[in-house]
Design a protein around this ligand. Structure first.
Ligand SMILES: [Ca+2]
Ligand SMILES: [Ca+2]
Ligand SMILES: [Ca+2]
Length: 138
C-alpha cells in the first residue's frame, strides 16, 4: 500500500468518526457502566464500576486512595502549580471519604456508590435507567 492510499483510508476513517452523532459525557459514562447493555445500570454494575474506579485512583495499589493519589489520578492540580501544593478537597472526594481521614477505602468508595444509586433510582426498581442517570452519575 502506498502512502497516498493509506492517507485516503485514514482520512476516510476520520471523517466517519466525526460524522457519528457525538455522545454526551453522561451518555458515554452510562454506556461504559451498563456492561450487559440492557439499558439500565444494576447495583452489581455500579459495584463493578466503583471497583474499577478504585483501581484507577489507587496509583500505588496499596488498597487505599490517599488524597494525593486522587489529585494525581483526576489531574486536579494545575500543571503550573508546585508539586504537592494544596488543592481544596472537592465534594466528590468528601462524599467518598465518609470518616474524613483523607484516605478512601474500597468499602468507602462502594458505599458512596450505593448512596448515589439510591438517589438516582427514583422509582426504586433496583435499576438506574438512562433517564434516571443524571450528573454526577454513579
Ligand atoms: Ca445493565
Ligand atoms: Ca494508594
Ligand atoms: Ca476514609
Amino acid at each position: 500500500m502506498n502512502r497516498l492510499s493509506l492517507a485516503i483510508i485514514l482520512g476516510g476513517t476520520l471523517t466517519m468518526a466525526i460524522s457519528l452523532p457525538a455522545l454526551s459525557y453522561e451518555e458515554s459514562r452510562f454506556l461504559g457502566m451498563d456492561r450487559d447493555a440492557d439499558g439500565a445500570i444494576s447495583q452489581a454494575e455500579t459495584e463493578a464500576y466503583r471497583e474499577r474506579l478504585f483501581k484507577e485512583y489507587d496509583l500505588n495499589s496499596d488498597g487505599k486512595v490517599e488524597y494525593e493519589e486522587y489529585i494525581q489520578a483526576e489531574s486536579l492540580r494545575s500543571v503550573t502549580a508546585p508539586a504537592h501544593s494544596e488543592v481544596p478537597v472537592p465534594d466528590e472526594y468528601k462524599e467518598m471519604d465518609t470518616n474524613g481521614d483523607t484516605i478512601v477505602t474500597l468499602k468507602e468508595i462502594k458505599a458512596a456508590g450505593v448512596v448515589r444509586f439510591n438517589k438516582l433510582d427514583k422509582n426504586a426498581d433496583g435499576k438506574v435507567s438512562k433517564d434516571e442517570f443524571v450528573s454526577p452519575g454513579l
